[in-house]
Design a protein around this ligand. Structure first.
Ligand code: AGP
Length: 607
């Protein structure tokens, strides 16, 4: 998955293209490139690695041209080298691509057999050759693209330019997002409205299978059967200013610190504090008829689902299944009537989750989505949108989106419980009160930042780290391990504390730090027993608990982190803070690229 942008401008576009790519770096940062059509030539500049490498090159050598396309890459086919960087030029055609052409191998073999040569290992170059071949046979750009699109299997968003026509960019999408931007005497294409925000707010979202002929004077859109279609132009309302880090060293740190505010914002749209009630947006179906919930998500969002399973089953007594989206469709899930399909996603574009959502819809399931980006594909496709108000999350490691998703999940669980007749008004009032305490409790958790930074150096030297928790804090242990892995590159695993004795305890020795998440409460004593089994084998424990828990079990720990005393329901939201801070400080101590860790991308739009 990658980010693409195209501009048909009224002056040189290279700088604006790079500005657009900056907003798309969340989609990948293995390499970047820009191409323009200028004076009957295709001009191009590409660079391996982060966008700054390309910006530096362009600073040294100006790239002229009023028409151009650009790309930031997350490598799928071929290493992240300059040769594999987009745009790819094939004859008179230049193109950028986001997605995967699944049948690229037979297509490539067909083209090789004709004696065509390839300069990269990418699947994209195959598309370029197919279009160039049509053009060489005398087809117009329009006819060439029209002939090639039906031959492509997989997922793609394409922007294609032609040496012969500097007033044309052809865009096409299937399974990957693409928007058209309408300007004054200029028009644009982009992976999302955020990329185009400094250029225009007037955005049309292309539908699945659409393709578009973008010219300065106007845009023609066609559906998958080549019928001319109109797609509504909406005002994106996205600010043109680039989000900055404020006083923070990294976006991740800033986003951890924003949590009390954004969680409060999110909760305020779901809590009616005066009436002591939890409320969801209006919906066209009866929550009371839900007999089963199928939750599908990826990575961090899937752990929100796993925590939600505890909450929904305990409060509403409705059975819940949680799947990682990449497995969901392929295990042929049984989706009966009265199932609510729930997707959770920060970006709303994760390909696996989007495919799962479409599968659920195709099976006739009513769907809801806890989603942060309101203009995303998922937000537009779910039956019931449950928005999070985390604001743009830039750091690849998800932090504030996670806790905002949990806040919405708590509201949904309570609503479902009420709709099922299982939540008395007094109990609902108590839940509302606990939820309103979350922002202050998060602030209290943040006040331990310096201590956590102090212990990070010890953890940074470890080769393996284990995280333990029970109940809803078990998925939080999984989240802690994921956070540490992705930004510090230290191997980490999360386990249900009680599961240690069934195998993983064999890993324990004095070199393996074990982070134990154990708020005092009904599961505390059992978790502490499991922790003691670890300590008895020389394991070095970092215990995260409240004052009561630490007084009871903190002795003998390598370190302790004191949390405020909170109700077990909201513990995962509050305990997420030290877990995130620990991963953050360990990564900083190791000197890794915290906001853009190796091999990752913020939004994973390939399956
Ligand atoms: C979290 O830190 C990750 N980078 C990743 O697991 C992420 O949560 C996952 O890819 C899902 O993304 P989404 O929420 O945008 O769908």
């Amino acid at each position: 998955m990658c980010g693409i942008i195209g501009i048909l401008g009224t002056d040189d576009v290279a700088e604006r293209l790079v500005e657009g790519l900056r907003r798309l770096e969340y989609r990948g940062y293995d390499s970047a490139g820009v191409a323009t059509v200028h004076d009957g030539r295709i001009e191009r500049q590409r660079a391996e690695g982060k966008l700054n490498n390309l910006a530096r090159k362009l600073g040294q050598e100006h790239l002229p041209g009023h028409s151009g396309i650009a790309h930031t890459r997350w490598a799928t086919h071929g290493a992240p080298t300059e040769d594999n960087a987009h745009p790819h030029i094939i004859g008179d055609v230049v193109l950028v691509h986001n997605g995967i052409i699944e049948n690229f191998k037979p297509l490539r073999d067909e083209l090789l057999a004709e004696g065509r040569t390839f300069n990269s290992q990418t699947d994209t170059e195959v598309v370029g050759h197919l279009v160039a071949r049509e053009v060489e046979r005398g087809a117009s750009p329009e006819a060439a693209v029209k002939a090639v699109l039906p031959r492509l299997h997989g997922a793609f968003a394409l922007a294609i330019m032609f040496k012969s026509d500097p007033d044309l960019i052809i865009g096409a999408r299937l399974g990957a997002p693409l928007v058209v931007g309408y300007g004054e005497g200029e028009n644009y294409l982009g992976s999302d409205a955020i990329a185009l925000a400094p250029l225009t707010q007037r955005i049309a979202y292309l539908d699945e299978g659409d393709w578009a002929m973008v010219r300065r004077a106007g845009v023609q859109i066609f559906d998958k059967d080549n019928n001319p279609v109109e797609r509504p132009i909406t005002l994106s309302g996205i600010t043109g200013a680039l989000i900055d880090k404020g006083n923070h060293r990294h976006f991740m740190q800033k986003e951890i610190y924003e949590q009390p505010v954004v969680v409060a914002q999110t909760l305020s749209s779901y809590l009616r504090t005066l009436e002591a009630r939890v409320a969801l947006p209006d919906m066209e179906f009866d929550l009371g008829s839900v007999e089963r919930v199928a939750i599908v998500a990826c990575g961090t969002a899937s752990y929100v689902g796993a925590i939600g399973k505890y909450w929904i089953e305990q409060l509403a007594r409705v059975p819940v299944e949680v799947d990682v989206a990449s497995e969901f469709r392929y295990r042929e899930p049984v989706l009966g009537p009265n199932t609510l399909g729930l997707v959770i996603s920060q970006s709303g574009e994760t390909a696996d989750t989007l495919a799962a959502l479409r599968h659920m819809k195709a099976c006739g399931v009513t769907t809801a989505g806890i989603i942060n980006v309101p203009t995303s594909s998922m937000a537009r496709e779910v039956d019931l949108l449950l928005p999070t108000h985390a604001g743009p999350e830039i750091g690849v490691a998800s932090t504030k989106a996670f806790t905002c998703q949990l806040a919405v999940m708590a509201a949904l669980s309570a609503n479902l419980a009420r709709a099922k007749g299982r939540l008395e008004a007094a109990e609902e009032a108590r839940l509302v009160r606990h939820l309103t305490e979350v922002p202050a409790a998060m602030n209290a958790a943040l006040s331990h930042d310096a201590e956590i930074e102090g212990m990070a150096h010890t953890i940074a030297g470890a080769r393996d780290v284990l995280y333990l928790g029970r109940g809803p804090d078990y998925p939080l242990a999984l989240e802690g391990a994921l956070k540490l892995k992705e930004i510090s590159y230290i191997h980490a695993e999360g386990y249900a504390a009680g599961e240690m004795k069934h195998g993983p305890i064999a890993l324990i020795d004095e070199s393996v730090p074990v982070i134990v998440i154990a708020p005092s409460g009904p599961l505390f004593e059992k978790t502490v027993s499991n922790m003691q089994e670890v300590q008895a084998r020389g394991g070095k424990v970092v215990l995260i608990s409240d004052a009561e828990g630490l007084a009871q079990a903190g002795e003998g720990a390598l370190a302790t982190i004191e949390m405020p005393k909170v109700h077990p329901l909201i513990a995962p939201l509050v305990y997420a803070v030290p877990v995130q801070l620990l991963a953050y400080h360990v990564a900083v101590a190791k000197g890794t690229d915290v906001d853009q860790p190796r091999n990752l991308a913020k939004s994973v739009t390939v399956e």
